[in-house]
Design a protein around this ligand. Structure first.
Ligand code: ISE
Length: 311
């Protein structure tokens, strides 16, 4: 029968995934949802089954696979519960907020007969990014990446640190993937803050990643840009360049709808065939290590901070 998927956390992202699972994804059914706010859970879709907690959903005999869309701080306990129960899991980014926490997940999965977890770095599934990845061999050795990542606005609760951990983390993963290399050090600079960002929030930020092999990636991340949801990526090689154009969208749910659809469909299909593909816990750990360095750099006036190497 179809893969029975439970969704943990139905904020903006989890609610979108719940709708995706019931409408556009084939081979899966939505087995139920959980959320700390039960009213929000029940309101996601008519007739949806609401579990009283994340752990009761994960432990349910009616759930084969779990899509975790709770905040990052809740992920460790929930992913560990999935691994202990032998459930497939797709965990939204950021995997965890600390390296130690991500390492516990990697260790728990390594003790299992096979990997069960995928991390929600959906840009790897976006058609424009996939195309750029495919063009890389024709650009000569990759030297530089230039990224722009703008949101119209962020919730008032979105701190300077979250700009690194929740937003910039996408470029962290994309740079590791496109360079096929690890990030050696991170600098996060704070230009003059926009007066339209909440007071005290360093927005925009400019990040510089030095790759272990010598490449460099620059990223502007500006989450209260007012302008639109704009994500671009230009790759500069020795002989040619290519880019992911900014395709105008109001927000990430719209801009990356195809990426989320392809990601979740690929996950469902893989689990149904007994494996997980896509970015895994090791990628989540590497991203958390880079974010940790980024947060430290941000606090230290943009000085480069070395990234712990777990490759
Ligand atoms: C959000 O969590 C995302 O993942 C989006 O892709 C990103 O653009 C946004 O800045 C984050 O808050």
């Amino acid at each position: 029968g179809p893969l029975r998927v439970g969704v943990v956390g139905v904020g903006v992202m989890g609610a979108d995934h719940a709708r995706r699972l019931t409408s556009r994804v084939t081979g899966a059914v939505l087995a139920g949802v959980s959320d700390p706010f039960p009213g929000r859970a029940g309101a996601v879709l008519p007739g949806v089954r609401v579990f009283s907690s994340a752990l009761s959903l994960i432990g349910s005999a009616d759930v084969d696979a779990v899509l975790i869309a709770s905040p990052g701080a809740a992920h460790e306990e929930q992913v560990l519960a999935c691994l202990a129960a032998g459930k497939w899991v797709l965990c939204e980014k950021p995997l965890t907020l600390t390296v130690a926490s991500a390492q516990r997940l990697v260790a728990a999965e390594a003790a299992l007969p096979r990997p069960l977890a995928q991390v929600g770095f959906m840009r790897r599934f976006d058609p424009a990014y996939t195309r750029l990845h495919g063009l890389l061999p024709s650009l000569g050795r990759l030297l530089l990446l230039h990224n722009i990542h703008r949101n119209v606005s962020a919730p008032a609760s979105f701190t300077s640190e979250m700009i690194v951990r929740d937003s910039l983390v996408h470029e962290v993963d994309i740079c590791r993937w496109l360079f096929a290399d690890e990030i050696a050090s991170v600098s996060v600079l704070s230009p003059a803050a926009s007066g339209l960002a909440p007071s005290g929030v360093q927005d925009p930020q400019v990040a510089i990643f030095r790759m272990a092999g010598g490449g460099i990636a620059t990223t502007e991340v500006f989450v209260n840009s007012q302008v639109g949801y704009e994500v671009r990526c230009e790759a500069v090689g020795e002989t040619d360049s290519a880019f992911v154009p900014a395709s105008p969208a109001p927000d990430f749910l719209v801009r990356f709808a195809p990426a989320y659809d392809i990601e979740v469909q690929a996950w469902v299909s893989a689990c149904s065939h007994g494996f997980v593909g896509g970015p895994g816990l090791q990628d989540g750990l590497a991203a958390t290590a880079a974010s940790e360095a980024g947060v430290r750099s941000l606090r230290n006036g943009g000085t480069p901070v070395a990234v712990r190497d777990f490759s």
